[in-house]
Design a protein around this ligand. Structure first.
Ligand SMILES: Nc1nc2[nH]cc(C(=O)O)c2c(=O)[nH]1
Ligand code: SF4
Ligand SMILES: [Mg+2]
Length: 301
């Protein structure tokens, strides 16, 4: 006998079954969407990558591997990487694994994730974590952590021993994106015995950038000793706005405060005068090394 299931079940039970079936289908679809997003997160649009001396921040002057992500949500008036703002700047798509391998093979101990805006990438946190773990593993294997061991290794067989010691990952972010998820990752890594492996260089856009209102104000409270707030000074009036932010969020002494006058636009001596006048003993004047070494060169340095 052919049984028509629909005829066997009372209406109310049929409804329950249908609802359960719908919920199950939705759960499967959500899981598929999550998996697809995770796969996508693994492949990231890169504008350029290169090894150079770090031109900014606390590790200025040290070799670093730079990964510049394509795409930015802001349009700063003075942007020096405007070519990387749009999706047309993608030169390659790379997985987390490929990027980690490249960084390790570069044999450096600093890596800078920049852009564009790196925190627009869903895979950014995964990349940071993978870099930190790769750096920690290299250190466990006796990777170089001191100048002496660096020299020793370099003079041995540089091509056979490319990976250096622990990595410090600098995340150069434009200040508009929430850093909280990465701060949570940092706490988790510290609990695991891996503290101090990455830090934010958080831009605070001042009025002359035209993007001051885009800042995520919740970020400042989350910054600590491994982080820097970078203020690009594009006109002298930016200095007062900078000081207001520093004081409103109590940044002095809690994280780095770097003042970066645009070369040829704002005289660094004016910034030093301002620092003196306002007793900004905690602040650092930053002159971008790469702009001094390679004036006018926009890419690859
Ligand atoms: N040498 C060098 N140092 C840098 N530090 C931060 C950079 C950036 O573009 O975010 C940068 C850069 O583009 N080049
Ligand atoms: S946030 Fe950075 S990349 Fe984006 S427009 Fe501003 S300066 Fe350019
Ligand atoms: Mg930059």
């Amino acid at each position: 006998m052919t049984r028509d299931k629909g005829n066997d079940l009372p209406d109310w039970l049929e409804n329950v079954v249908a609802k359960e079936e719908k919920a199950r289908r939705q759960a499967v679809q959500a899981a598929e969407r999550r998996a697809a997003a995770e796969n996508r997160a693994e492949i990231m649009p890169i504008a350029e990558r290169f090894v150079s001396v770090n031109g900014e921040g606390p590790r200025s002057g040290r070799l670093a591997a730079f990964i510049r992500f394509a795409g930015c949500n802001l349009r700063c008036a003075w942007c020096d990487t405007a070519w990387a703002q749009g999706s047309d700047s993608v030169s390659e798509w790379r997985t987390t694994e490929e990027l980690v391998r490249w960084v390790r093979e570069a044999g450096v101990e600093c890596v800078t994730l920049t852009g564009g805006e790196p925190l627009l990438q869903p895979g950014a946190a995964g990349l940071v974590e993978a870099l930190v773990r790769a750096g920690a593993a290299a250190a466990d294997e006796g990777g170089a952590t001191s100048y002496a061991s660096l020299v020793e290794r370099a003079s041995a067989a540089a091509e056979e021993a490319p990976a250096a010691g622990p990595l410090f990952v600098e995340i150069e972010t434009n200040g508009s994106q929430p850093i909280r998820p990465l701060v949570a990752l940092r706490d988790r890594l510290a609990e695991e015995g891996l503290p101090g492996r990455f830090g934010f260089t958080l831009d605070c856009k001042l009025p002359a950038s035209g993007e001051a209102r885009a800042m995520n104000e919740d970020n400042y409270a989350l910054l600590g000793a491994d982080d820097v707030v970078k203020f690009v000074i594009a006109e002298e009036d930016d200095l007062d706005a900078m000081l207001a932010v520093v004081e409103a969020h109590g940044l002095g002494g809690r994280c780095g405060v770097y003042l970066s006058p645009i070369m040829g636009v704002v005289d660094p001596a004016v910034v030093v005068d301002f620092m003196r006048e306002h007793a900004m003993a905690y602040a650092t004047l930053q002159l971008q090394l790469h702009k001094i070494i390679w004036p006018g060169v926009e890419r690859g340095v």
